[in-house]
Design a binder for this molecule. Structure first.
Ligand code: G6P
Length: 473
């Protein structure tokens, strides 16, 4: 197996600093889980940012470096200015909202482009420094869109893949970016460019035609004398791990406790990073509508919303938090009683067991982002339901909607539509719940994260290398 050189903004590990000790813990996220096996098997390296280490002592930093090196992770430390201008700035104030169709959130002037370009250069330099002939380089996500092109200049013969984990918007939207040409050319440095959904591939191809005059022939496009492939590779999860966790006695005990509070209580669950793409306010309003419409549900319906803190230094996230806080307070004020609270809102991250207990205990799982590249929560929920019960309410604007046809699909902008779907889910007969869940689970289990990794890598590694390719006319 060729050595794999992975490049992503964040490393798949988190540095945990306690009072007198520091450790490096592998993250639970999809990318970390899916790629850990090929990463280990190939004996390759993973290059990325280990997060904020500015408060560590020198000794702690040495310790962290040793542990990272044991995991074959190569840290790229971002300076405070890079964090604010490359990560929070161009990546998360410009590209993130734009790719999620939120043009009104993009700042009027993109002052951080040069910081984005320079940080991408640093990633490319470090990857090139560690590259050995024969390696496969796999670059991940919107923070590093220029890296494939920069690597191609440094390593013309290298085999380079890129995966875009967020939506690629329609060309109407992408075209508003002053730096659209540079970004497209950056991506085209790769041999294979992957997206979660066929619609994103179509948007990308349309944008290439519009701005670079390049015509995509099914899945290939010619750029500067090279053939670049594009394709849809919908990401999956480690379904087996979620399924086995969902059967652990501690999880089952927790599920009993969740349901044991009140006789006949129905449980709605939402789990998201606290991000304005996740549609939490309208989801809350839909829950409010359900309580308004059916007074018999008051005191019997509980909505647990977990919101994991994210990008807290970006103002839009702080404002969004206030909106959510306010709505939760309003609904609880309106429909709470001295015995019950309709919305249980947890602003923190939970460990995997706690999350799986919520998946396993939910009567209805609400996944209603206004836009989402894929959304793995929808898939985790199904994997965590070996009992073949529970109903998934899923936004039609999540990449996952293309695959998860047996979910109750909703328009996340339409509060009444979502309230209807919640009611339908609560009333759904068991046989229908089971039938839908069985089919959802079959998809989630067969197209899991290991399938995703191997379908991308097999495709990339099956392409003739730049060195083997005959010169193009
Ligand atoms: C999304 C992005 C990832 C990113 C993750 C967490 O899933 O596609 O690239 O790592 O959010 O965001 P953060 O800004 O904390 O890395």
């Amino acid at each position: 197996m060729a050595r794999l050189l992975l490049v992503s903004n964040r490393l798949p590990v988190t540095v945990k600093a306690e009072k007198d000790s520091v450790s490096v813990v592998r993250s639970a996220g999809g990318l970390a889980t899916g790629l850990s096996r090929p990463h280990e098997r190939s004996g390759g390296l993973w290059i990325g940012w280990p997060g904020d280490v500015s408060r560590l002592t020198d000794a702690q930093r040495t310790q962290v470096e040793q542990q990272l090196s044991d995991l074959r992770c190569v840290p790229l430390y971002l300076s405070a200015s890079e964090v604010s201008r490359f990560y929070e700035g161009y990546s998360n104030r410009v590209l993130w909202p734009l790719c999620h169709y939120m043009l009104d959130r993009v700042p009027r002037q993109d002052r951080d482009w040069d910081a984005y370009r320079k940080a991408n250069e640093r990633f490319a330099d470090l990857a090139a420094k560690h590259y050995q002939p024969g390696d496969t380089i796999w670059v991940h996500d919107y923070q590093l869109m220029l890296v494939p092109g920069m690597l191609r200049k440094r390593l013309p013969q290298a085999r380079i893949g890129y995966f875009h984990h967020i939506p690629f918007p329609s060309s109407e939207i992408f075209s508003t970016l002053p730096r659209r040409v540079e970004l497209l050319e950056g991506l085209l440095g790769a041999d294979l460019i992957g997206f979660h959904a066929v619609s994103y591939v179509r948007h990308f191809s349309g944008t290439l035609l519009r701005h670079l005059g390049l015509d995509t022939d099914i899945d290939r496009v010619l750029f500067q004398g090279r053939e670049v492939r594009v394709g849809a590779f919908p990401m999956g999860i480690d379904a087996a791990a979620f399924e086995s966790l969902a059967q652990e006695p501690a999880v089952l005990d927790e599920v009993k406790t969740l349901h044991g509070r009140a006789q006949g209580e129905r449980l709605l669950v939402g789990i998201d990073r606290l991000d304005y793409t996740k549609g939490i306010p309208r989801r809350l309003l839909a829950v409010q509508r359900v309580l308004e419409r059916d007074p018999s549900l008051r005191g019997r319906l509980r909505f647990i919303q977990v919101a994991v803190p994210s990008r807290t230094q970006v103002q839009a996230y702080a404002e969004y938090r206030e909106t959510v806080d306010e709505l939760v307070g309003r609904i609880n004020g309106l429909y709470g009683t001295v015995h019950s609270t309709p919305v249980h809102y947890l602003y923190r991250s939970l460990n995997e067991k706690q999350l799986v207990s919520l998946y396993r205990g939910a009567d209805v799982m609400l996944v209603t982002p206004v836009r989402d590249g894929m959304n793995l929560v929808a898939k985790e929920f199904c994997a965590a339901r070996p009992d073949e019960d529970g109903v998934l309410v899923l936004s039609e604007f999540a990449g996952a909607a293309a695959e998860m046809r047996d979910a109750l699909q909703v328009n996340p902008y339409d509060v009444e539509d979502m309230a209807d779907a919640i009611e339908q889910a609560l009333k759904m007969p068991q046989a229908e719940r089971q039938e839908r869940m069985r089919s959802l689970r079959a998809g989630v289990k067969s197209r899991d994260v290991h399938w995703w990794v191997s379908s991308f890598l097999d495709r990339l590694q099956g392409l003739p290398s730049q060195a083997e390719k005959p010169p193009l006319p």
